[in-house]
Ligand binder design. Structure first.
Ligand SMILES: [Zn+2]
Ligand SMILES: [Zn+2]
Length: 140
């Protein structure tokens, strides 16, 4: 297990995530919600036990935006109201003990490999495949 540090762009919020070796990797999400929220073609994510994620500075200032995922269950997205960086979200369909971490905001994120690509059905045609791609989510 290794502890990685993250901070939002303005520095108001900081956090730590303690990850198993295989969790220190990116899952690229090509879904249309990720495109809209990021203004980009995919986001960088990992599913992490909530117990392994800790807000260390400014966590109380985070705001929450909620949308409803494909499951019909709410997805709570936590973001810095000052700079809009989005450290994590909670997909309630996964239960209360897991969060989705935006791995691209961690220090050393540039050293993480890509573990998988999800929501390949919404991926734009000019994007090259960099890891195993699933139409939606991998089978459980
Ligand atoms: Zn910020
Ligand atoms: Zn997505």
């Amino acid at each position: 297990m290794t502890t990685y540090h993250g901070k939002c762009y303005c520095g108001q919020t900081e956090w730590e995530a303690t990850l198993e070796k295989e969790q220190a990797s990116h899952i690229l999400c090509h879904c249309n919600v990720c495109k809209a929220l990021s203004g980009s073609t995919y986001t960088l994510n990992q599913i992490v036990p909530k117990a392994n994620f800790k807000l260390t500075k400014g966590g109380e200032a985070l705001k929450c935006f909620t949308y409803y995922g494909e499951s019909g269950k709410p997805v709570h997205c936590y973001y810095c109201p000052n700079c809009t960086a989005h450290p994590y979200h909670h997909q309630t369909v996964l239960g209360d003990d897991k969060i989705i971490l935006r791995t691209g905001l961690l220090d050393k994120a540039h050293e993480f490999p890509v573990a998988a690509e999800i929501f390949g059905k919404e991926k734009w045609g000019w994007e090259k495949e960099v890891a195993q791609t699933f139409e939606t989510l991998p089978p459980p």
